[in-house]
Structures are given as structure tokens and as C-alpha cells.
Ligand binder design. Structure first.
Ligand code: ARG
Length: 469
């Protein structure tokens, strides 16, 4: 079948070229956005008297009929359609005749594909923001439950200082909060209207791009036609935010994986989030945590792919840019599934306190606290650090903890210290005393949780107002 652009051609495209050139197999998922964009466009063309009211009505009802038929599976797109824009337009002309040929006035596929992608991405971004809100709620709930439950805090994967589980959860809360802020920020920047930019340089026809922007809920028409058809930086920005957030998911998934190991056994991931082995009957593997850890790879890949696609391309539109959609769609799907599954896995996970408690007296978790007690007694921190270092050395030699050191032991290290000057060195006492702003004391964790709850409820109100879809 001849293509909609076949006027100046003598030969049809080679079949393998058609297949190679087509984007219909992946851009058909934007059919709703394509039709929304066309309806807004023809509404504007009628307002501007570029098409008649009667033609506009015919075009809109034809488009709505096509929308219904696609949704009901009555329209099957093939390579012959090339892309969703031509697939819809071709059917419109088939159904309503010559009037349908007026729709493509003062627009181009170059602005259409950008309008569709931005509309599609905007809806998905909003959904992702909503999903991140739900995830944050699970984190807050868990943080509250474990606000004063003590665990080992690591640096370099070595025992460092005691912290509460709630405190650790709130660290992840902050990471996902920043992801949400970054996503919101990217959304504000990309929410401008490409429609009517036409191929690259605008049009001689008296269009009103402010009106289509209003109809489609865009903040404004994009300022420069050449820029909007010739760039994909908003896609790259989205992929970068998605990559960062997937990296956060991957890090926490890694913690789940080792917390779940036989050696740690801090948690036992719920059966419904594990799989068995085909050969080893005893196995219960944390496959879902591992998949969540690994999925980030494909999202980074998409980011690299798009940065590379765009590198060195001249203005304005180049067909290279059609490569934007598959990576974008896969990143959206991967990120959404990962957030949803992680939230559920976290919700179902309980911590085995007996296993965690057994680790708390290892690794001198309270060493820094003792040094700080010395500081309060007038010993400069550098000296206090060195004294406690020597205490650790002695404990290791005697194979005991700080609690077992005697006055004699301590005096042999430094004349200024005795058992009494160590103060409360119980792990619980140490955690409770870390009340500095942002610290791990349960009262401080509760402050962080409350601030998180307040931020989230304000945020949920603003997202529904700021993005009208
Ligand atoms: N299918 C194309 C895309 O996804 C639409 C733009 C085609 N424009 C062109 N001049 N060939 O980017």
C-alpha cells in the first residue's frame, strides 16, 4: 500500500526497510495521546478558521471511533502503518474520506511524536510519583515500628556504630524523597507543548499554539520549534532520574539479600517473594531481591543508549531520535514494577531481633561513644580517639569487651581514665544519647518520621494540583 508521503516517490520501500524503519510496534502504546493531540489540534484549526466547524466535528468523531476500535482490539497495526501517527491518520482518511486529509495541516510527525511522548511520559511520571508516595508510606510505617530497635550500623561493611532500624529506613526515605523531587522537577521542565512546531520552523498558517497548550494541559507552547523537534533532553533527564532511583532500589535490595543470608539471618524474606531450586530441595532463594538489585542495569543501559544516540547529532530532527521510545518505555515499566514490588516486599518483611541482638556486642560498636564521654571530661578528641584505640587493642589481647576492663587496665593506658569515666556504655544508652539533629536516637528518629509524614501529606496535595492530566 502506498504510504501517506509517497507523492514524490517512484518505488515503494523494500520490505526489510519498512520493518527497519517502522516504529509502530512500540509507539502504538501512545495511541490515546496521539488521538488527544489530534483532537486538540483540529479544535484549534477550527477556532482559527483554518478548517470549518463541520469538518472539525467529522474529524473528532472519526478519531473517537478509531480510539474505541483500538481499545477493543478491532484495529490491528502492522509494519505498513509505519508509526502510530500515520496509522491513526490513514484510518481516519479511510473512514471519513477527504475531510480526514485536513487534519495534518500545520503540524508534522516531528512535533506529533514529541507531543505524544510528552503527554505519555507526563501521565507515567505522575503515576510513578504516586507509587513513590505509597512506597514512602510503607517506609514510614516500618520506620515507626522499628524506631527504637537497635541494629548494627556499618561502614566498609565493618561494624561501626549502633543505630536503630527505623533510622536506617529513614535514610532510604530521604533517598526516595529526593528521587521524587528530581522527578517533579523534570516533569515541570518537560511539560511544554511541541504541537504546531511542525517539521522544524513553525508555519505560515495562523495557528494558536497557546490554545492547544491549554487544551492539552501543557504549561505553555515550547519557545523554539527547532529546539523541540531537535532535542530529547527531557527523555535523558527522565532516564537519569530513573537510573538514580533504581540505584537506590538496587542498594537496598542488596541489603535485603545479605540480611537474608544464612550467615546474617536478620530477616527471612516472605515465601511469596522467594523461589526454590530445581535441584536443591532445601533452598529458598531471595530471587526477587536479587532481581530488584539487577534491574538497574537495564535502566542505566537505556540512559547510556540515549546519551549516545543524541551525541553529535545536528539540528534539527534526525531519524536517530526515533530510538528514544523503546528505552523510555522499558525504563518506565521497569521502574514502576520495581517500586511496587519493593514496597510489598518491605511491607511483608519482619526482622529477627534474636539474630541482630547477637551481633551487637561484637566489633566495639560503642567505641566512638566512649571517646565522646572522654571529651566531655576535658580530654581533646584526638587524644580520646587514641586512648579508645589502645583500649580496643587491650580488649583484643585479653579477648574481652570494654565492660570487662578494670581500673587498673584503664590506668595503664591513660592516667585520666577509670571505669567510672567510661559513663553509660550500654549499646542502648549509646543509641539514646545520639540526639544530635539527624542522629539515630529514637526521639530523633521519631522527629524525622513526623517531618517525613508532614512532607508527604503536603506533597500529595501538591502533585494532584500541579499536574493536570
Ligand atoms: N516515528 C517517528 C518517531 O518516532 C516520527 C517522526 C518521523 N519523522 C520523520 N521525519 N521521519 O520519531
Amino acid at each position: 500500500m502506498a504510504s501517506l508521503w509517497s507523492g514524490r516517490f517512484e518505488k515503494d520501500m523494500d520490505d526489510i526497510v519498512k520493518e527497519f524503519n517502522a516504529s509502530i510496534h512500540f509507539d502504538k502504546r501512545m495511541y490515546n495521546e496521539d488521538i488527544d493531540g489530534s483532537i486538540a489540534h483540529v479544535t484549534m484549526l477550527a477556532k482559527q478558521k483554518i478548517v470549518s466547524e463541520e469538518d472539525k466535528e467529522k474529524i473528532i468523531s472519526g478519531l473517537e471511533e478509531i480510539r474505541r476500535d483500538i481499545a477493543e482490539g478491532k484495529i490491528v497495526f502492522t509494519t505498513e502503518d509505519e508509526d502510530i501517527h500515520m496509522g491513526v491518520e490513514k484510518r481516519l482518511i479511510e473512514r471519513i474520506g477527504d475531510v480526514g486529509k485536513k487534519l495534518h495541516t500545520a503540524r508534522s510527525r516531528n512535533d506529533q511524536c514529541q507531543t505524544d511522548t510528552r503527554l505519555y511520559l507526563r501521565r507515567e511520571m505522575r503515576e510513578i510519583l504516586g507509587m513513590l508516595c505509597e512506597f514512602e508510606k510503607v517506609i514510614l510505617r516500618k520506620a515507626e515500628k522499628y524506631a527504637d530497635t537497635i541494629t548494627v550500623g556499618f561502614t566498609h561493611l565493618q561494624h561501626a556504630q549502633p543505630v536503630t532500624l527505623g533510622f536506617m529506613f529513614m535514610a532510604y526515605f530521604q533517598m526516595f524523597k529526593r528521587d521524587m523531587e528530581r522527578l517533579q522537577d523534570a516533569l515541570e521542565r518537560m511539560n511544554v507543548n511541541p504541537l504546531g512546531a511542525c517539521a522544524m520552523a513553525g508555519t505560515t498558517l495562523p495557528t494558536d499554539r497557546h490554545y492547544t497548550s491549554e487544551l492539552l494541559g501543557f504549561k505553555a507552547p515550547c519557545e523554539n520549534a527547532m529546539d523541540v523537534v531537535g532535542d530529547r533532553d527531557y527523555t535523558i533527564e527522565f532516564l537519569s532520574v530513573a537510573s538514580m532511583s533504581m540505584m537506590h532500589i538496587s542498594r537496598w535490595a542488596e541489603e535485603f539479600t545479605w540480611w537474608n543470608s544464612t550467615e546474617f539471618s536478620y530477616i527471612a524474606i516472605d515465601d511469596s517473594y522467594c523461589t526454590g531450586s530445581s535441584i536443591m530441595p532445601q533452598k529458598k532463594n531471595p530471587d526477587i531481591a536479587e532481581l530488584l538489585r539487577g534491574k538497574v542495569g537495564r535502566v542505566y543501559g537505556h540512559l547510556m543508549q540515549m546519551l549516545t544516540v543524541m551525541k553529535g547529532t545536528p539540528l534539527s530532527f534526525n531519524k536517530d531520535f526515533q530510538e528514544d521510545k523503546e528505552s523510555l518505555f522499558d525504563a518506565i515499566d521497569t521502574w514502576k514494577a520495581s517500586i511496587k514490588i519493593f514496597a510489598k516486599m518491605l511491607d511483608k518483611t519482619e526482622f529477627r531481633m534474636d539474630m541482630i541482638e547477637a551481633q551487637l556486642d561484637k566489633g566495639f560498636l560503642n567505641a566512638t561513644d566512649i571517646a565522646e564521654h572522654f571529651v566531655m571530661q576535658g580530654i581533646p578528641f584526638r587524644e580520646a580517639h587514641s586512648i579508645v584505640g589502645r583500649m580496643v587493642k587491650l580488649c583484643e589481647k585479653k579477648n574481652c569487651g570494654f565492660e570487662q576492663l578494670t581500673d587498673e587496665d584503664l590506668q595503664s593506658i591513660d592516667a585520666r581514665i577509670t571505669v567510672q569515666s567510661l559513663g553509660d556504655i550500654s549499646i542502648k544508652g549509646c543509641v539514646e544519647a545520639r540526639k544530635s539533629y539527624g542522629g539515630t536516637a529514637p526521639c530523633e528518629v521519631m522527629r524525622q518520621i513526623e517531618a517525613g509524614i508532614n512532607w508527604l501529606s503536603d506533597y500529595e496535595k501538591t502533585i494532584s494540583e500541579s499536574i493536570k492530566v
